[in-house]
Write a protein that binds this ligand. Structure first.
Ligand code: UD1
Ligand code: UDP
Length: 360
């Protein structure tokens, strides 16, 4: 008998985590992909299925955007309906978004075992919606797949030691697998007129930086006199703040800032790999900067990926213009790095753990 694993995804970073997972899972299980539709723009969803050759979702629930409670609630109801109909033997959820929590909750209430990929992460900042999603998902999931020793130790501090697996990070798997493909296929630097190592890469999407015009303008102030051009693939969440009149005026005086639409994963990996430095408030981008040995300037008050800071490759500046400026001009680690995130076989290890749960 072949068991069915339902994979629940809905946002950009989840598609990226799903790519290596799907390849490993499908060697041993039937996979049923449920896309919640939390992200729906072509360049926030479709492009990743294309770039990474992820099988098309079996269901797209088309939930779309909304307030947290409303969005999570609609997902919960819609996922429940599919799970009742399809009766999968196992459910996998990824990371810390509303799609993660809704998927885990729908499954546990139907008594379907749940595995949480990227378990054990904490920012200790409960103002972040993700922190609540992570804590709740780790509490209710049956199997916790941790990307790092630090994540395992954080769970231990919360008294969670059973069914915790140190597997490494599936994003590292994705980076190793897709970087050579990106190197062959991407032409983004030429099309932007940028030169290797002679530009910075910027991403911003946290509510604390996008929903607060002052915070966004502080970041802009910090990058205003960058000696390198800066490419900024814009998350849809930044649309509103960029249209603000004061922000528009500020941006008109920053010709070195190239704002582009969000890019697919191959172009993004290529941009990361050839950047001089990376500025971001993204969790995934901080890690990819580390995998690729790039200095990372984190536009947040804290990070879950503390190893990258301890290793001296990530500096936390929040949206403080002077700290950002300093980091752009001065921060330049070159020492050898340690590998904290596994050996690039996290997806295989997670699959092996799920097999054991079925005595396979
Ligand atoms: C979500 C996750 C966040 C993750 C991020 C990855 C939650 C609470 N947040 O944040 O953890 O880091 O995805 O990118 O789950 N929008 C579009 N088109 C889209 C998607 C979104 O225009 O395809 C716009 C809508 O105006 C929407 C806003 O972006 O209201 C925010 O989208 P949402 O999915 O709620 O949160 P993200 O900021 O994307
Ligand atoms: N990413 C991408 N295109 C972009 C910006 C980001 O492919 O224009 C990728 C990035 O390489 C990383 C992931 O999206 O793998 C990170 O997702 P995001 O920053 O949206 O969310 P987070 O990781 O903070 O949850």
């Amino acid at each position: 008998m072949t068991y069915t694993v339902a994979t629940i995804i809905g946002t950009r970073p989840q598609f990226i985590k799903e790519a290596p997972m799907s390849m490993a899972l499908r060697k041993n299980f039937n996979e049923l992909i449920i896309h919640t539709g939390q992200h729906y723009d072509e360049n926030m969803s479709y492009v990743f299925f294309e770039d990474m050759e992820i099988p098309q979702p079996d269901y797209n629930l088309n939930i779309g955007s909304g307030l947290h409670g409303e969005q999570t609630g609609r997902m919960l109801a819609a996922i429940e309906e599919v799970l009742i109909k399809e009766k999968p033997d196992y459910v996998l959820v990824y990371g810390d978004t509303n799609s993660t929590l809704a998927g885990a909750l729908a499954a546990v209430k139907l008594q379907i075992p749940v595995g949480h990929i990227e378990a054990g992460l904490r920012s200790f900042n409960r103002n972040m919606p993700e922190e609540i999603n992570r804590i709740a998902t780790d509490r209710i999931a049956d199997h916790l797949f941790c990307p790092s020793k630090h994540a395992v130790s954080l769970l231990k501090n919360e008294g969670i030691e059973k069914n915790v697996f140190l597997t490494g990070d599936v994003m590292y798997d994705a980076c190793l697998h897709f970087l050579p493909i990106a190197e062959k296929k991407s032409t983004i630097l030429e099309s932007l007129g940028l030169t290797h190592e002679q530009y910075l890469l910027l991403t911003i999407h946290r509510p604390s930086n996008t929903d607060d015009t002052h915070a966004f303008m502080s970041i802009m102030k910090g990058i205003a006199d960058s000696p390198w051009p800066i490419v900024f693939p814009r998350h849809p969440r930044t649309k509103k703040v960029i249209q603000n009149t004061a922000v528009q005026k500020m941006l008109s005086e920053m010709p070195h800032l190239k704002i582009i639409e969000s890019v697919g994963f191959l172009d993004m990996l290529y941009l990361e790999h050839h950047a001089r430095k990376i500025l971001t408030d993204s969790g995934g981008v901080q890690k990819e900067a580390y995998f690729l040995g790039k200095p990372c300037i984190t536009l947040r008050t804290e990070t879950e990926w503390v190893e990258t800071v301890k290793a001296g490759y990530n500096v936390i500046t929040d949206n403080d213009p002077e700290k950002i400026r300093q980091a752009i001009h001065v921060f330049d680690p070159t020492h050898p790095q340690e590998n904290f995130y596994g050996d690039g076989n996290a997806a295989e290890k997670i699959t092996e753990s799920i097999k054991k749960a079925f005595n396979l």
